[in-house]
Ligand binder design. Sequence first.
Ligand code: BG6
Length: 501
Amino acid sequence: MKTSINLNPTIVVIFGGTGDLNLRKLAPALYNLYSDGFMPEKYAIIGTARKKLSDDDFRNTIMEGVNSFSRSGKVKKEKWDKFAEHVYYTSVDVQAEETFGDLKKNIEKHQQEFGPNTQILYYLAVAPNLFPLIATCLSKYQLAEENTRIVIEKPFGRDLETAKELNNILTSIFTEKQIYRIDHYLGKETVQNIMAFRFANSFLEPLWNRTYIDHVQISVTEQLGVGERGGYYESAGALRDMIQNHLLQLLCLIGMETPVNFDADEIRNKKVDVLKAMRPFSPEDIRFSTVRGQYTKGWVEGKEVPGYRHETGVDPDSNTETFAAIKFFVDNWRWQGIPFYVRTGKRLFQTSSLITIQFKDVPHHIFPSAVSEHWQQNRLIISIQPEMSIRLQVQAKRPGLDMVLNPVDMVFDYKGTYSAQAPEAYETLLLDVMTGDQTQFMRADQVESAWELLMPVVNAWENKKSLSFPNYTADSWGPEDAEALIARDGFHWFTLPLNKD
Ligand code: BG6
């Protein structure tokens, strides 16, 4: 998270230069950073992929990506031309080691021009099985020196063992300070604001514990199905794709103790403490505190959409979950006994990422029940997307001669408060990599602790095929069992009304 900017000359090397991630996210982010004046004075972006392309071909390819996916719309010709002067391409086939020699030449050319302070960032926007190979080749070609940083996309391993193996390979080549394991949720403006909200305001801390909070919900629901990513998704599923990383990181931000300062390691220590305090799953917990689901066909916005088993690249008899709901506990003084309900899924009724903190009820109701027929416990709702807001739901007296209470929202809404557009997560994170700030990146122990916690669930779900799949219709809220999971404790999943703008 930046507080001031002073950037050394930088060479950004993108492996997977012609891939989806670069076209949709990285290239637009770099262009927007440039447009907003956040790129270093001297920089070069080198795209690499197997294809043979000229620099100009590559520039055109990524321009199309920026035009289609940038938050700021189509490129402005003059600005783009200036930006594109810094963009280059080298064909690298990671299976043909010698092509790293060509990359080295290209890097050295810019390094000589930029001077001795030049930093080199490698962004691995490629299939995870290529991570070790690329890191090893960079080392062999002396391209992994002290002035370099490596950015690793998720998934970081498929389980605890493979995550450890990958960490071992990476740390045998780079130091932990050079490794940036990305979780793009941590770059979202509203997610970064959780720390600001919790630790820059004094009124919350006294309430932020088991005495005043009765449960927490973290719900990340998506309307989209797996689309073209069936092949990848088959080997992932909702648990690995979303819960192991994004949702557990959100849980850490809600659950963590107050850091002593804003240092990357101090903050990450506090997050790891949460993961370490989370209650391990017994076989009984897996039966009663977890729910998995898989979507079947349905209708979304007037169009029929296929069930998961009929998506491209998906096994017609697939056991992969497209929905997961889990009840976690954090066994420490602050949170003992307070459930954290987490759910995520594809092809659900609404796209929305919400964190709801429900407070305990008042100790004694002084109002007659007729006065407060809509009584509701206080809730704090942090809406990460698409609405960017924080709502505090409180009881209020409805204006009038009678005493009637109903819940109302006190709202902090980004749209109404700030006129500037929020940067995309990838802009924030790329800038953090350039400035060398690891706060919003996963340390090795963070990734491993998250895997360690989830392994019993991963194994149980993998070893025992679900007999009920598919068990929810596209455009629903997921399997009924997920409603039951939370209803058994007397709660229900909270949602915001659909945003009509
Ligand atoms: C990715 C997952 O990490 O996050 C996708 O692989 C998911 O399956 C995406 O759709 C959600 O991100 P966002 O920013 O759209 O909420």
